[in-house]
Design a protein around this ligand. Structure first.
Ligand SMILES: [Zn+2]
Length: 219
């Protein structure tokens, strides 16, 4: 989100600079009033003493935030996380593996108007779960993705002997207690695992072990 902000600010029609003129970052600070945490996302002039561009950006911040959102949500190459068509450029090469435009967009939408991220379609979840499926198939588990159970589409179903586990994904920003997934009504008597989209992408081995444990009845 900070990198998107930096790019959008540098491209604003009243600013129009190389993105290296700006630095951007974030920090998490305690909110003195109510024990919650605040996320600060900031922009600054890289020139020592300041060139005044960050002030100019501040005066146009509403517009720049909308342009940041568009930049994050609409990659011309429709990439999965980030690419040279959207967020990546020469000056942020060192960050490229950490940039996730969809996650940044979800966070910015929430910051702008409180919109919570939505669950992806079962097909989109099945696609993101494909590597997990491959690992489980190699171990001989029965896998189906997506699967239809009682007329409800479930992103991924893993089975072993007479046991069946329903697997889905939740948007990364939602809490682990979120249980509003579309196949929730099937939950009675069935094991359900709802994985965090971001963690699945970053730490497949742990998520694999966890799902495997549930299928084998160890968790
Ligand atoms: Zn892209």
């Amino acid at each position: 989100m900070a990198e998107g902000l930096r790019l959008a600010a540098s491209r604003h029609r009243d600013i129009d600079l190389d993105p290296s003129e700006f630095g951007a970052g974030f920090r998490i600070v305690p909110n003195q009033d109510d024990q919650t945490l605040l996320l600060d996302v900031y922009l600054y002039d890289t020139l020592s003493g300041g060139a005044g561009y960050a002030d100019l950006a501040a005066r146009n911040i509403e517009e720049i935030l909308q342009q940041t959102l568009a930049l994050l949500e609409q990659c011309p190459s429709h990439c999965e996380a980030s690419c040279e068509s959207c967020l990546r450029h020469y000056h942020n090469q060192y960050l490229k593996d950490r940039l996730d435009r969809n996650l940044g967009a979800e966070l910015l939408r929430y910051a702008l108007d409180g919109t919570l991220p939505e669950e992806k379609t079962p097909e989109a979840q099945a696609n993101l779960l494909r590597n997990l499926r491959r690992l489980l198939e190699l171990e001989g588990f029965n896998c189906e993705s997506p699967a239809t159970i009682d007329e409800t589409t479930v992103p991924f179903v893993v089975g072993h002997s007479d046991r069946q586990v329903l697997v889905g994904l939740r948007p990364a920003l939602l809490t682990p207690t979120w249980r509003d997934h579309s196949f929730g009504r099937l939950q009675a008597g069935t094991s359900t695992v709802v994985l965090n989209e971001f963690i699945l992408g970053r730490n497949l081995p742990d998520e694999h072990q966890m799902v495997r444990g549930v299928v084998l009845g160890k968790q």
